[in-house]
Design a protein around this ligand. Structure first.
Ligand code: PLP
Length: 352
């Protein structure tokens, strides 16, 4: 459970400081979020006891409708879920794959969910000298007869590599012919101006796409994500979902996010600018920065950098325990310009 960034509350408690005193560069959330409409709806609902005094709808039908509309799909292809992490584990539980293929480094919970149901892992270790690029042929090679599920994180976390849609579609076709499901996790897709895989989900019976409200709307505390998949798969996942899995507030906040106009585009442009600034500044400090398509990037530095930065109440994502990486690998996600400048100043100081 430990291998995630963004554990500011714990770190602050250990250091005996207030969480607001820590500059958190360890989570890769949208620095502009949450959107203004969310604060308004939270203030409105928070002050009304009815929000809490009645059961919420058994299932977030209105949110599902809004999501389906946004994705240009019929409702039966879309399933809101209480966080995309929930979907990762639920898919493993429902399909109980014998073998699961994935690349490393990637998001830790695919392997954890697979192990929890006793699946055998087939891991493709991405090469540092190729900047951790995911190669279609190598991934397809991992899909052998007893592999019945593949996880692809696209854009990948923590590398920021994006496998183009046509290549990913070729992998999905290859897997379809082998009777293997492909789960494409698009938690970070909104930060990129790409279509992703939802538009082709109708063409493949073996394709599941995961989306999240956590990153782009900066709402990790709300727990909201979604699955796009063929209706028979959506039905299977829905059948095991308890009633009232989404509180009233979550449902309202989700709909409010989808009503926001221009927020995603504005965030994308902002993140692109800060990413260019911060990645260049880290290069200028003399560190190796790996290319990334999104607003976070991997870099290499002395292995005590995280501790030294923490003395200045700056938290970065130490990636040393992620399979395929090791000591000295870190991930950074920009915040606002002032914070980014502060980080670079402190980095210069501690690296001397
Ligand atoms: C790639 C990826 N997928 C899924 C998740 C889980 O997101 P959610 O908050 O929607 O469960 C994360 C969270 O860090 C992530 O990085």
């Amino acid at each position: 459970m430990e291998d995630h960034g963004g554990n500011v509350l714990e770190v602050a408690k250990k250091m005996g400081v207030e969480p607001q005193e820590i500059l958190d560069f360890s989570s890769n959330l949208n620095p502009l979020g949450p959107p203004p409409g969310v604060a308004e709806i939270l203030a409105f609902l928070g002050s009304r006891v009815e929000t809490w005094a009645y059961h919420p709808p058994l299932f977030p039908w209105e949110l599902r409708r809004a999501l389906a509309h946004r994705l240009d799909l019929k409702e039966e292809w879309v399933l809101p879920v209480p966080g995309s992490a929930w979907a990762i584990y639920e898919v493993a539980k429902v399909f109980r794959p014998q073998g699961v293929a994935l690349s490393q480094p990637t998001f830790a919970d695919y392997a954890r969910a697979a192990r929890a149901v006793g699946s055998r892992l087939k891991e493709l270790t991405l090469r540092e000298d190729r900047s951790f690029k995911l190669c279609l042929g190598e991934m397809a090679w991992k899909v052998e007869d007893e592999t019945d599920l593949v996880f692809v994180c696209n854009p990948n976390n923590p590398t920021g590599y994006y496998m183009p849609e046509d290549e990913l579609e070729a992998l999905v076709r290859w897997c379809r012919d082998k009777g293997c499901l492909v789960v494409v996790d698009e938690a970070f897709l909104p930060f990129l101006d790409r279509k992703g895989m939802a538009p082709v989900v109708r063409e493949y019976p073996n394709l599941l796409v995961l989306g999240s409200f956590t990153k782009i709307y900066r709402l990790p505390g709300i727990r909201l994500g979604y699955v796009v998949a063929p209706p028979n798969i959506v039905e299977k996942l829905l059948a095991g979902m308890p009633p009232w899995s989404f509180g009233s507030l979550v449902q309202e906040v989700g709909v409010a996010c989808l009503r926001e106009e221009g927020f995603v585009e504005e965030s994308r442009a902002y993140c692109r600018g800060e990413m260019a600034f911060l990645s260049q500044a880290v290069r200028d400090v003399g560190l190796k920065v790996f290319p990334s398509t999104v607003h976070y990037f991997l870099f290499k530095a002395p292995s005590d950098l995280a501790d030294k930065l923490l003395e200045h109440k700056i938290l970065v994502r130490d990636c040393s325990t992620i399979p395929g990486l090791g000591p000295g690998f870190y991930r950074l996600a920009p915040r606002t310009r002032g914070d980014n400048e502060k980080l670079v100043g402190v980095m210069r100081e501690v690296l001397g």
